[in-house]
Design a protein around this ligand. Structure first.
Ligand SMILES: [Zn+2]
Length: 569
């Protein structure tokens, strides 16, 4: 490909609409253009990268036993009504009517479509396991589409669905997908972590998010510095912290006027914050009051709390009347003296505290010398706190650090949620009817591209990992008006093409500075410069985008040298 034939309109200025680096760079480098909020056109350079990402995904899905299909994006409402999700999906779903008034949606996901497809054909355990996938556009009417391809309303996704005869098979399919995803992100040259994720809404099963590490990422991740444990901040398990044992002192009330935050209480009573217990009062969607207690310097993890409450769908902050009704007092909550039957959940670390301070369910009053094992021995105890940097790894005891990333893929087991709702059943070895065990595995293709840019850039532009670069090499004649330079550049270009390198010839008659700037901005892994030295001294320059390293080679060796360098990128 020659640049004079390439539609890649680069911009010198950073567009004001773009907040994050990847969005700015993809607009500036002429990769994408906005059509409307959350809708983007992929220009030729971006589309080349998308196709490379898709190809890697496709190869690994096939290798793992997946079969590619293409299901309709336009889906009839009936199958969503059957699963019960038509009513609960809400405004995120694009809904349309045909000329006869029949309702459809633009698929935000395909569990209903694939499950109804499979239920009509699969009758016997002998036809399982089955893994079907597709790569196509998905639609979600996001309230606030943002960050370019990170959160769009139309986006490209690979979605695979597994069907197995039992849980063991489902777990095996899950493992295959986990391994395939690991290979995919490794092949793309990205720094990523498979992160244990919360699977609350689906319940029980496994879930990992494949997170591309980047400072601007929306996901907060706890990573062990000693082993490969990584979990989302919502999911990260924590071990109990045992305080040094002390003699139990008698419970005592203390006036703490105006001290309605844990910091004020600790200051007022001159106690270290680790000796205090704080409360968060929630109400469930069914209006049940839930009081959660953690150590004063810890934070309550509402996802962990919610997962302990069977049947609850969401939590909100409790209102003061609900708290008062249970005998509590906002800002001065305590497990001691709360109305019987009130749901109290105490963090495991709180139970190991001695002579601590907690509220007294009275305005401006706190208890001191609270000893949880003595004073509320029957409370429900669980790990309900939020991880933070410096905590200890639940696997190896190493130190946890917090990092950020972009969730680019997710794998999770679904169990029989959809197969039961949609009656996808089969006959097992004993002729008994059973629902299929399912799993679902997504990769945001455009989002992976954006994440790659977010992770790999510098002040000059993008630094593509070789495997997903729109072109691997750009050959730049310094002065394309000079026939000798252009001829030498074309010779190198043709040799690279023969060696099956994905190469671009920047044959524009612009100044060299403009072409170099564009090469850095677009981020080709390798630039080969053919200038006056190539003509006079037979010296061609090769520059590695990532390191800035510059090598020279003779015209005859340039292509071979480039191939060798690419092998290391
Ligand atoms: Zn560890």
């Amino acid at each position: 490909m020659r640049t004079t034939n390439l539609y890649a309109p680069t911009l010198r200025e950073t567009p004001a609409e773009a907040e994050v680096r990847s969005h700015q760079l993809m607009l500036r480098a002429g990769l994408i253009r906005k059509a409307a909020g959350g809708l983007y056109t992929y220009l030729p350079l971006a589309w080349r990268t998308i196709k490379k990402i898709e190809q890697i995904i496709r190869e690994e899905m096939d290798e793992a036993g997946g079969q590619e299909v293409s299901m309709p994006i336009l889906q009839p409402a009936e199958i969503w009504q059957e699963s019960g999700r038509w009513a609960v999906y809400g405004d995120e779903m694009f809904r349309v009517r045909d000329r006869h008034g029949r309702q459809f949606c633009l698929g935000p996901t395909h569990e209903e479509m694939v499950t109804t497809l499979v239920r009509d054909e699969v009758r016997s355990y002998k036809q399982l396991p089955l893994m079907l996938y597709q790569i196509q556009n998905k639609y979600r009417d996001e309230i606030r589409p943002r960050f370019g391809l990170m959160r769009g309303r139309e986006f490209i996704m690979k979605d695979l669905y597994s069907f197995d005869k039992d849980e063991e098979g489902m777990n095996e399919s899950y493992r295959k997908m986990y391994d395939a995803y690991t290979r995919i992100y490794t092949r793309m040259g990205l720094d990523f972590r498979p992160v244990e994720a919360d699977n609350g809404a689906i319940g029980g099963g496994h879930s990992h998010e494949f997170t591309v590490l980047a400072d601007a990422g929306e996901s907060s991740i706890a990573c062990c510095t000693s082993c490969d444990y990584a979990a989302s901040d919502e999911k990260a398990e924590l071990n109990v912290i045992k305080a040094a044992e002390e003699e139990l002192l008698p419970l005592e009330k203390k006036a703490t006027p105006g001290a309605n935050t844990i910091e004020l209480v600790a200051g007022y009573l001159k106690l270290p914050i680790e000796k205090t217990i704080k409360a968060v009062a929630f109400q469930t969607d069914a209006d049940e009051l839930v009081l959660a207690f953690v150590r004063g310097d810890h934070e309550v993890n509402d996802v962990k709390v919610l997962n302990l409450l069977e049947g609850a769908i969401e939590l909100r902050m409790a209102d003061e009347e609900a708290i008062a009704e249970a005998g509590g007092c906002a800002g001065f909550m305590s497990p001691i003296g709360i109305k019987e039957g009130t749901r109290v959940i105490v963090d495991q670390t709180v139970m190991e505290m001695y002579n601590a301070c907690a509220g007294a369910n009275e305005k401006d009053v706190h208890y001191v010398n609270v000893n949880p094992k003595r004073d509320f021995p029957d409370a429900a105890v669980a790990d309900i706190r939020m991880v933070r940097a410096g905590d200890l790894c639940p696997r190896c005891g190493g130190i946890i650090k917090m990092t950020r990333g972009i969730e680019a893929g997710q794998v999770f087991t679904l169990g029989t949620k959809y197969s039961e709702a949609l009656r996808a059943v089969f006959l097992d070895e004993n002729g008994r009817e059973k629902p299929m065990q399912m799993g679902c595995y997504g990769i945001g293709v455009g989002r992976t591209m954006a994440a790659a840019v977010e992770q790999n850039n510098d002040e000059h532009g993008i630094i593509w990992p070789r495997a997903i670069a729109p072109f691997e090499v750009v050959v730049v004649p310094v002065n394309a008006k000079n026939p000798e330079q252009l001829e030498l550049a074309e010779a190198v270009y043709n040799e690279l093409k023969k060696a099956r390198v994905d190469v671009l010839l920047d044959d524009r008659k612009d100044r060299a500075g403009v072409k170099f700037k564009d090469a850095d901005l677009i981020g080709y892994p390798l630039r080969i410069t053919v200038g006056p030295k190539a003509v006079d001294e037979n010296a061609v320059e090769l520059k590695v985008r990532r390191t800035g390293e510059i090598l020279t080679a003779s015209r005859e060796e340039a292509a071979a040298k480039a191939v060798e360098l690419l092998g290391k990128l």
